[in-house]
Design a protein around this ligand. Structure first.
Ligand SMILES: [Zn+2]
Length: 172
């Protein structure tokens, strides 16, 4: 059996040897020196920046959607969990809604709320237009909106993976 090749002592990319580099990382079939690693890292960083520069401001927060039989009765527990007395309550003919901390409690007739029950969460955003553009760009489809909702500008989108989210830009 032939002997395995001796471990490579110079960089496979730039041929720097041990003496010219701070360190050399050896892999199974090659090696890379500290300078080439730095250059590769810089390329990755650039790509990351590009990815985020084009996008909307990041999600500000997420509200868990909790469908309950009675918002009023459910509130104390969620207030305790959220450690907050601050409740934003919104009622319409078809929907009773309370926000406390990271929870969005909802009560509504099954009929009226059927289209909304499959949402994963409500995501809070600062810029609905840019969020919409980024979602469409990624292959998402809009189920509803963007338009004025009870708590601000809202939009429901189905992501290309099938998950449905509500997006909300709150009115202050
Ligand atoms: Zn190198």
């Amino acid at each position: 059996m032939p002997n395995p090749a001796p471990p490579q002592s110079s960089c496979s990319f730039c041929s720097r040897g041990e003496a010219q580099a701070s360190f050399i990382v050896r892999g199974g079939r090659g090696a890379i020196c500290s300078s080439c690693l730095e250059a590769a890292y810089a390329v990755l960083e650039d790509e990351r920046e590009d990815l985020f520069e084009d996008g909307p401001p990041p999600i500000r927060g997420a509200l868990a959607q909790v469908w309950v039989p009675d918002v009023e009765a459910a509130l104390p527990l969620y207030q305790r969990l959220a450690g907050s007395d601050e409740i934003r309550r919104i009622r319409s003919d078809e929907l009773d809604l309370a926000r406390v901390g990271p929870f969005l409690l909802l009560t509504g007739s099954t009929e009226a709320t059927a289209p909304y029950r499959d949402r994963v969460a409500t995501l809070l955003v600062d810029d609905m237009d840019e969020t919409r553009a980024a979602l469409l760009d990624a292959g998402a489809s809009l189920v509803e909106g963007p338009g004025d909702g009870l708590a601000g500008i809202h939009m429901i989108a189905r992501h290309p993976d099938g998950a449905v989210f509500e997006y909300l830009q709150e009115t202050s």
